[in-house]
Design a binder for this molecule. Structure first.
Ligand code: FAD
Ligand code: NAP
Length: 536
């Protein structure tokens, strides 16, 4: 792998789903592009999260690129929700098919990006000694790409293996015969726990907060189903781009409070059987009315209790601290049943928190657990974490992370005041992780590509989000969130999982389709809210 080019139109940071498409789309419109990726290969999330049980929770037929019909017609997904190895194979296939790999420098972390006001260019440097000048910077650095490894006292003295789900060893890890502790019961913990339990001699699950999880109802896809899905792709994608969450499903328009108890129960049952996050669509008011949400929560609680043999364990596993759906609903395969196994113990950290890790295991305030391996399923410094770790300096030397100490400020989740020609993909202020991230990435990259084309066609050098436009946008995001129940949970959507992060709901909660309309209107109005400055 050679050095990076010295002078390009665009630097793209990240070779995940968003960065790969950015490389393809921007090159395709005749721009020179230099990509950088900290990992050794493409895939981002699907390169790093190799833990047992890792799968998507949006159906693969939808959680895949739409930009090339031949690609979507030719690729065969083997299951309704593909596993991490299959998704990684798919992304490697996309990189090969469209010749994207050679545009990236791998094993290379971008350390800084500095705007030169005289030249209207960005200077980007890396930990491998690259220094590249670019007119535009596209940060496709991922919403869930910086792991959160809690600094538990004594952690580094542990003599066994320490693993993090978000940075799993490529060779895998054999838990056979081992005493294993898993810390964390978010999506990553809940997906991996059943499989680790099957292999390990003993598994202790250290749970601080229980989570809602709905069975995936995963199944292999047969040829007939695949053919039917492929034949319907155009309509499927059309609906997805108009939908609330970027997949072709719309919520039941009924209110949970309007229907009879029997009808309600039948609807909940029907949506439960559809599997995973689709349960969140059972009733239109489930995410805005606490009363409606309580009914969904009660149904989920009964489902959870029905599969757990010991009622005391069930008590500890039923979430009580947040409305269902205000943290991402987890999509599992046999999670709650795992606690019926003899080799699995639930350690309730609400009763006795972790005090320390020592050479031989985990010490809570009331017991010591001897372990050979500890799995941190403790999540990510989400949404802003990867951007915060780069020294991004805009006009006047302003440092992005300092500008964002009270919470991120963007216009449309794409542009940042004071940072001309810098664009974020699925960043703060966009629907981001509330939508199907593949389509959300395509939507952003297409929009950014069109903006760059507009600048070039009109002799314009820079586009910079106006401060008042960004302030209005973030106020709108706040208002949209306030109409929902989202702010009631201590979730990573609000930065609540990371000490010291401002508690701000960082996403656009008005729906993916509505968002798409809003950004299209901005473009149609000559990129209203952006200051477009002519080339000198
Ligand atoms: P990423 O895939 O995170 O890629 C960002 C890349 O940028 C990374 O490879 C990183 O190494 C690189 N990078 C960051 N900083 C730097 C730097 N300074 N220099 C160089 N490189 C850098 N979303 C869904 O919609 N549906 C799902 O089913 C789903 N399942 C998920 C399952 C797991 C286990 C996880 C963790 C997330 C899941 N998500 C899901 C969210 C997922 O992150 C997105 O769907 C998507 O993969 C993100 O793609 P991306 O390209 O934006 O970011
Ligand atoms: P997460 O949802 O943030 O969960 C982290 C877990 O670790 C929580 O249970 C948290 O408890 C616990 N934890 C954190 N610090 C702790 C500490 N110091 N001591 C004890 N417990 C601690 O992270 P995640 O599970 O990796 O998921 C993040 C997101 O990635 C998901 O919401 C989803 O969007 C995506 N994802 C998707 C899938 C999928 O199914 N496709 C799979 C994995 C991830 P508290 O709640 O008490 O903080």
């Amino acid at each position: 792998m050679g050095m990076a080019r010295k002078n390009v139109d665009v630097v793209v940071v990240g070779a995940g789903i968003a960065g790969l498409y950015a490389m393809h789309r921007l090159r395709g419109q005749g721009l020179s592009v230099q990509g950088f990726e900290a990992g050794s290969g493409v895939g981002g999330t699907w390169y790093f999260n190799r833990y047992p049980g890792a799968r998507c929770d949006v159906e693969s037929v939808d959680y895949s690129y739409s930009f090339d019909d031949a690609l979507q017609q030719e690729w065969d997904w083997s299951e309704r929700y593909a596993t991490q190895p299959e998704i990684l194979r798919y992304l490697e296939h996309v990189a090969d098919r469209f010749g994207l790999g050679d545009g990236f420098r791998f094993d290379t972390r971008v350390q800084s990006a500095t705007f030169d006001e005289d030249a209207s260019t960005w200077r980007v440097t890396t930990d491998q000694g690259d220094a590249v000048t670019a007119r535009f910077c596209v940060f496709a650095t991922g919403a869930l790409s910086t792991t959160n490894l809690p600094n538990v006292p004594g952690r580094d003295s542990f003599a066994g293996e320490i693993l993090h789900t978000g940075n799993w060893p490529h060779a895998g890890f054999d838990f056979s015969g081992k005493r294993v502790g898993v810390i964390g019961t978010g999506s990553s913990g809940i997906q991996s726990i059943p499989l680790i339990a099957e292999q390990a001699a003993e598994l202790k699950v250290f749970q601080r907060t229980p989570n809602f999880s709905v069975p995936a109802c995963n199944r292999p896809l047969d040829e007939a189903t695949r053919s039917e899905q492929k034949a319907g792709y155009a309509e499927r994608r059309r609906k997805s781009f108009l939908s609330g969450g970027g997949s072709p499903f719309v919520p039941n328009p009924l209110s949970a409070l309007e229907v009879s108890a029997a009808e309600r129960e039948a609807e909940f049952e029907h949506y439960w059987e559809r599997g995973g996050v689709l349960f969140g669509k059972t009733f239109a008011d489930q995410m805005s009315s606490l009363e409606a949400n309580d009914l969904a929560r009660d149904f989920a609680e009964r489902k959870i209790r029905a599969v757990i043999e010991d009622p005391a364990i069930a008590d500890a596993l039923v979430p009580t601290d947040h409305p269902i759906g205000t943290k991402r609903i987890v999509t599992d395969s046999g999670y709650f049943q795992t606690y019926n196994r003899d080799n699995v113990t639930l350690v309730d950290l609400r009763a006795a928190p972790i005090a320390a890790i020592d050479e031989t295991g985990i010490q809570t305030t009331d017991a010591h657990y001897e372990l050979d391996a500890i799995v941190f399923a403790t999540g990510f410094d989400a949404i802003t974490g990867s951007l915060d770790r780069i020294d991004i300096r805009g006009r006047g030397g302003a440092l992005l992370r300092e500008e964002w100490t009270a919470g991120p400020q963007t216009y449309l989740g794409i542009g940042v005041p004071g940072f001309p020609n810098l664009f974020t993909v699925t960043g703060p202020g966009s629907p981001g992780v509330l939508a199907n991230m593949v389509l959300a990435s395509e939507q952003h990259v297409d929009w950014i590509g069109a903006l760059i084309a507009h600048l070039d066609a009109n002799g314009l050098a820079t586009a910079e989000a106006a401060a008042d436009a960004a302030a209005e946008w973030m106020a709108q995001c706040g208002e949209l969130a306030a109409k929902t129940l989202f702010p009631q949970a201590n979730s990573w959507y609000l930065g609540a999982n990371i000490e010291g992060k401002p508690r701000v709901f960082m996403l656009y909660a008005g729906g993916f389709g509505n968002y798409g309309r809003q950004i299209a209107e901005v473009a149609a109005a000559g990129y209203k809210g952006f200051e477009l400055v002519p080339a000198r």
